[in-house]
Design a protein. Structure first.
Ligand code: AR6
Length: 206
């Protein structure tokens, strides 16, 4: 999976259309970030992030795809380990079962209401997932576009939250140097377009 440093070098990702407003515009982090259009259930990484529901019982969208690829043992583990489910903005971890990924980090995004109400919860999802990854020794983590499907979060707004939160987390060293790669996984055209526009604002090339 190429890093965005390579995507820039190969001309497959364009520099930001507007000037990025970053405290530290260093491009060093670009060697730890990937942007990939894929079915997240196919990725052989330490952890994939599921856009789950509070009950953790599985559902539609990426949640349905992950549960069907992982097999019935996934929902059984969710219910046994987390009988009270997961709060919106929080994250929990299970094994990957039949998936090529070692773990699934389940987070519950907000149903989009307004930017003011929903943004802090979505930010909390990304931070919680990164915290859980660090606590469990996951060096490679692939994020799905939490809340941007059935829960209705506009793709560009969500991409800003995702990119800013990951940049801040890595830049501040909250990963204790343990996260080697963060992969933003897109699926539909609208998410591909959103990330192509937004990610370079937070991770510009040199
Ligand atoms: N691989 C990668 N991304 C995917 C895949 C896939 N196989 N399938 C969908 N996406 P959604 P939400 C993208 O609706 O908005 C469920 O029923 C999709 O294009 O899965 O957080 C849960 O049980 C979008 O960008 O999650 C909850 O009830 C992103 O994944 C509810 O939906 C998230 O879309 C959660 O809604």
């Amino acid at each position: 999976i190429p890093t965005i440093a390579r995507l820039y070098a190969a001309g497959r990702l364009s520099p930001p259309a507007a000037a990025p407003a970053l405290r530290n515009p260093s491009a060093a982090l670009n060697r730890r970030i990937s942007l990939l259009r894929a079915d997240i259930t196919t990725l052989p990484v330490d952890a994939i992030v599921n856009a789950a529901k509070n009950s953790l019982r599985g559902g539609g969208g990426v949640d349905g795809a992950i549960h069907s690829a992982a097999g019935r043992a996934l929902v059984a583990e969710c219910l046994a380990m987390y009988p009270d489910g997961c709060d919106t903005g929080d994250a929990v971890i299970t094994a990957g079962h039949k998936l090529p990924a070692k773990h699934v980090i389940h987070t519950v995004g907000p149903v989009y209401q307004s930017q003011a109400a929903s943004e802090p919860l979505l930010k909390s999802c990304y931070e919680s997932c990164l915290d859980v990854a660090v606590e469990n020794g996951c060096a490679t983590i692939a994020f799905s576009g939490v809340s941007t499907g059935i829960y209705g979060y506009p793709s560009e707004k969500a991409a800003h939250v995702a990119c800013r939160t990951v940049r801040d987390f890595l830049e501040e060293g909250d990963d204790e140097g343990k996260i080697e790669r963060v992969i933003f996984v897109t699926f539909l055209d609208k998410d591909v377009n959103a990330y192509n526009a937004v990610l370079p604002l937070y991770f510009p090339p040199d």
